[in-house]
Design a protein around this ligand. Structure first.
Ligand SMILES: Nc1nc2c(c(=O)[nH]1)N(C=O)[C@@H](CNc1ccc(C(=O)N[C@@H](CCC(=O)O)C(=O)O)cc1)CN2
Ligand SMILES: Nc1ncnc2c1ncn2[C@@H]1O[C@H](COP(=O)(O)OP(=O)(O)OP(=O)(O)O)[C@@H](O)[C@H]1O
Length: 189
């Protein structure tokens, strides 16, 4: 938890992505499982009927085991620089979207923000105030700039090594409601 505020977002992103890749496959699997356990114990998760989660990319926490829980699941699909929530059912076909992430097919059912109770969002880094650093595409920032999305509780997930005391943030960054790592889950007040 070294203060690295002096670094800009791009340098922090490079550094934190390298740190994440340096975790072994076994560490990532163990931590991902622990994150899933903490998430399932949270009241935000337990109360949610419809959840927008994510399909893991690179060394991100792999929370695909959650997709077996009895909830209505949705996954993001990137199109024209925007994210759309599509329904996901176990073993439904997926294809890479414009960001290179596996996503439901373009013609699959979409879910409106009014139906979604919870967002689960991966991060490259997170700080103590719930500010998130992502890959730099601004996809979740643009999504959450819409008032219909902004009001949905949103949990940001990362490995504990990605938690910083303070990250630089821009006017468009909206802090998250809660943070979850392999070491625990906490709400941001
Ligand atoms: N799993 C997952 N899905 C997501 C996101 C995410 O962060 N993670 N997104 C969040 O916005 C959106 C897609 N945005 C993205 C923007 C840039 C890159 C990107 O530059 N990827 C690197 C690979 C990094 C790695 O392998 O760890 C690359 O292509 O070089 C990926 C996704 C929606 N879906
Ligand atoms: N509400 C918004 N409206 C328009 N553009 C936005 C908005 N939010 C962010 N952006 C644009 O997105 C770009 C990337 O922002 P930032 O570096 O904060 O991404 P990030 O949160 O790390 O990425 P991601 O959410 O894709 O993982 C910025 O250059 C910014 O111009």
């Amino acid at each position: 938890m070294t203060p690295r505020l002096h670094l800009d977002k791009a340098s922090l992103r490079r550094q934190l992505l390298a740190e994440r890749r340096s975790l072994s496959v076994v560490e990532r699997q163990q931590y991902s499982q622990a994150i899933a356990v903490h998430l399932q114990a949270s009241s935000l998760f337990q109360r949610a009927t419809t959840v927008l989660s994510y399909w893991p990319l690179g060394a991100e926490p792999d929370l695909r085991s959650l997709l077996l829980q009895p909830k209505q699941w949705a996954l993001p699909r990137c199109q024209n620089q925007r994210l759309y929530a599509h329904c996901y059912q176990f073993e439904q076909p997926l294809a890479k979207d414009c960001a290179g992430v596996l996503a439901p097919l373009a013609d699959s059912l979409t879910v409106s923000p009014a139906e979604i109770d919870l967002l689960i969002v991966p991060a490259v880094a997170v700080d103590k105030e719930g500010y998130r650093l992502g890959y730099g595409g601004g996809y979740y920032d643009r999504l959450r700039a819409d008032p219909a999305w902004r009001s949905i509780p949103a949990i940001v997930v990362a490995y504990a090594a990605q938690i910083m005391s303070e990250l630089p943030h821009d006017p468009w960054d909206i802090p998250f409601s809660a943070v979850c790592t392999e070491n625990g889950y906490w709400l941001i007040d």
